[in-house]
Design a protein around this ligand. Structure first.
Ligand code: ADP
Ligand code: ZN
Length: 737
């Protein structure tokens, strides 16, 4: 090649890819393109495949990390709006805070790769049902494959080919032969919510709260706690702030716990805004996901309600974030990028200079402390809406009124509670028995030799499920058919179920009240939102008299005929070393108690406990929420626990126990020391074996003014760990197993 013909140097940009890497990759602009704005979505060759990424840096020095000769070119510029600067800065912030790769966070913002296949093309193909191949048509293997996977929903040739795993070459021939038919790909329509459509007439305190929230809209960054008892109308109140934001032309994001995205919430939204809200949750198909993602990006979607991952959708013009049930534990993501959606939502609001509303009947201690030190504002609803009153809460001291076994029946319900179920049945009203444990019994053992059934992958007992006749690990899903004889001593009829799960409580109710219609509600029976909706409808339409359920029933739902809530084991969840065990139990029981007496009929709550003096239990009974929170806050402050100090967990795991232990010990030896920091551990994790991995934990605590990420980066970064050992960093840990 002569020097004269040397082409001009290619212009390069830095592209962030949705893979767990922190750095951008160099790519050359396609021929004829002189510039690409930052945020542009592009498709690029990466190894042997193509990936969609985002232009992160629009210009780079000529000599990047890739030699000119090896520099690959951007293959395609995706035809939709760029990802806004705000969204990109948010991705970077979350990556830094959680100590994850920027690409891993970007992946959450791009949801799934299918979002990008075939976008922009308006022409699609569908199978032409009933058409036969014309004479002389050559049905090659590739063409047959294309025809086989083609469906009734139009898709691009490229997408069809991708699904069929062959090249797109045959699509044209199939279309010409009349076996495929062309059809336009229509973008999904999203209804536009109308801020002045309808809605309820707010009562006095609701109107005051709504005014507080409305005043925040358009006035820059603020955090407001909407603090109101269950049934006080928080949803109706925050809808007013959403309406105000819609009036101003900006988008609204409502985060809900996964389970909150049910028909009831959607129905109320429709009544207020005259349109369906766009939804985002884990149970959506790829097409819906893609359309919703695009609808958010190009602004067709004005209000989106979603589970925690909705926070990473590329809103170009967000004006308000609402976090419903802000205390809910499901906002913490525990795998992959470990983050707390409520906390990150506050950051998103701050970066974008917009208001955020945190709504709860039992706000988290973190939020309460922020209110007390003046960082967050509040809007308070003290009473239930309308004639509904808060239920009376009574404790049943199980030492004084213990369950009475009957012939062939081990009892778990005190006569006091059973009597109340009886009178509730007689009145034709509904009871809810709450026990946060799926299955029949949490443990099965052999009475003869003492053998206990344990998971082979986890240090956990296997839970007996009679419905399905199997023993199941609730940590990894491992399951075996329920055995008839002890696998160790071979004795028949020696296996005993220990303790109750919801199925066993249902069995007791059946034995005691054979005519009562029972309904067991757990995540086992409500796998999809549709099925959950169906269960909720059954309860509302009074197709069940006694409902036995786990925490899935604790949240948000409104059952007018439900007047008795019985908590089977109020002490469950209080044991163990979890720093939030008390707070979490308090929130859950308070929430479930709030299911009783939601309409004009008075409700009552009975809680079975062996420890009525416990601070959590007695606060629930006396209704002294504030006293409880203050006591919690004092303890945490004394121990320098969050929110008064910072905390991060290191989980060291490996298939080989020795290796994990040695690596954890090595980290322990190099642990940072200082006046305002300390390291606890290493110690075997409470779940020392999980999904086949041996686990050790270390806990780093620092003062609030220390950047804990920097400390961790120096510490973990300098450790030499064998590749078979994994160290997971969890900033602000919520789970301690
Ligand atoms: P929270 O979220 O605080 O538990 P909700 O917003 O679910 O309370 O309200 C409880 C019930 O009362 C719902 O059925 C709601 O529609 C109804 N409600 C609340 N406020 C009003 C109002 N101002 N007018 C009519 N119904 C209301
Ligand atoms: Zn297991």
């Amino acid at each position: 090649m002569s020097v004269k013909n040397q082409p001009n140097k290619k212009r390069r940009v830095g592209v962030m890819l949705p893979v767990p890497l922190g750095e951008t990759y160099d790519y050359a602009l396609p021929a004829g393109v002189s510039e690409l704005p930052e945020g542009t979505f592009v498709r690029v060759p990466f190894g042997r495949r193509f990936l969609t990424g985002v232009v992160w840096r629009s210009s780079l020095p000529d000599e990047g990390r890739v030699a000119e000769a090896k520099l690959k070119e951007i293959a395609e510029i995706c035809p939709f709006s760029p990802m806004s600067e705000e969204n990109r800065r948010f991705v970077e912030w979350v990556a830094r805070y959680t100590m994850s790769a920027t690409g891993a966070v970007l992946k959450m913002a791009m949801s799934i790769d299918e979002v990008f296949s075939g976008v922009g093309d308006a022409d699609g193909v569908v199978r032409n049902e009933g058409a036969l191949p014309p004479d002389g048509f050559r049905m090659t293997a590739a063409r047959a494959k294309l025809l086989e996977v083609a469906g009734a929903v139009p898709e691009t040739a490229a997408e069809l080919a991708r699904r069929a795993g062959v090249s797109a070459g045959g699509v044209k021939a199939l279309a010409e032969a009349g076996l495929l038919r062309k059809e336009k790909i229509v973008s999904e329509r999203f209804e536009t919510p109308d801020p002045s459509f309808g809605g309820v007439v707010l009562n006095g305190e609701q109107a005051v709260a709504a005014d507080v929230l409305k005043a925040k809209v358009g006035a820059g960054f603020s955090v407001t706690l909407l603090d109101g008892v269950t049934g006080s109308g928080k949803t109706e109140v925050y809808f007013e702030a959403a309406a105000e934001t819609l009036e101003s032309g900006r988008q609204v994001l409502v985060l809900l716990p996964e389970i909150g995205l049910t028909g009831q919430w959607v129905d109320r939204f429709k009544r207020r805004f005259g349109a369906e809200p766009a939804l985002w949750h884990s149970d959506m198909g790829a097409k819906k996901r893609r359309e919703t993602w695009k609808g958010v990006l190009d602004g067709r979607i004005r209000v989106l309600a979603g589970a925690r991952s909705a926070l990473f959708l590329p809103f170009p013009d967000l004006g308000l974030i609402i976090v419903d049930e802000e205390h809910d534990a499901s906002y913490k993501q525990e795998d992959g990028v470990i983050y707390h959606a409520r906390d990150m939502a506050v950051v998103r609001a701050k970066q974008s200079g917009i208001p955020i509303v945190l709504s709860s009947a039992t706000p988290s201690l973190e939020t309460v402390v922020n209110v007390e030190n003046g960082r967050y504002d509040t809007a308070v609803l003290r009473g239930r809406y309308g004639a509904a009153r808060m239920p009376d809460i009574h404790l049943i001291d199980m030492r004084r009124d213990p369950p009475q076994d009957a012939v062939g029946l081990k009892s778990f319900l005190s006569p006091v509670l059973l009597e109340r179920v009886k009178t509730t049945l007689e009145r034709g009203e509904q009871s809810l028995l709450f026990l946060n444990r799926r299955g029949y019994a949490p443990l099965v053992l052999c009475r003869k030799c003492g053998y206990r059934f344990q998971c082979v992958h986890c240090s956990a007992w296997l839970v007996e499920h009679r419905d399905g006749r199997r023993l199941e690990c609730h940590h990894c899903g491992y399951s075996v058919p329920a055995p008839d004889v002890c696998p160790v001593c071979g004795e028949a009829d020696s296996l005993t179920s220990c303790g109750p799960g919801v199925e066993r409580i249902s069995e007791e109710i059946q034995a005691r009240f054979p005519d009562a219609r029972r309904l067991v509600v757990t995540s086992d029976v409500t796998a999809s939102p549709e099925r959950l909706n169906e269960v909720m409808r059954k309860i509302r339409d009074k197709e069940a008299d006694v409902i036995i359920g786990t925490q899935i029933l604790a949240k948000g739902h409104h059952f007018p005929e439900l007047t008795l809530v019985g908590v089977v084991d109020a002490d469950l969840g209080l044991a163990g070393g979890d720093l939030r065990a008390g707070e979490r139990t308090f929130q859950m029981l308070h929430q479930v108690a709030g299911r009783a007496g939601r309409a004009d009929k008075a409700g009552i709550v009975l809680m079975q406990t062996y420890d009525p003096e416990n601070a959590v239990i007695s606060a629930l009974a006396s209704g002294e929420t504030n006293a409880f929170l203050h006591a919690e806050a004092e303890t945490r402050e004394m121990l320098r626990m969050p929110p008064f100090g910072r905390m991060a967990a290191l989980i060291v795991s490996a298939e080989d126990r020795d290796r994990a232990e040695r690596a954890a010990a090595a980290l322990g030896r190099t642990a940072p020391v200082g006046e305002d920091m300390r390291v606890l551990g290493p110690a075997p994790a409470p779940l020392a074996l999980l999904r086949g991995k041996h686990r050790f934990r270390l806990l780093l605590q620092t003062a609030r003014n220390i950047r804990i990420q920097d400390v961790l980066a120096r510490w973990v970064g300098s450790a030499e760990l064998p590749p078979s050992v994994r160290v997971k960093i969890d900033i602000d840990p919520y789970s301690f197993f």
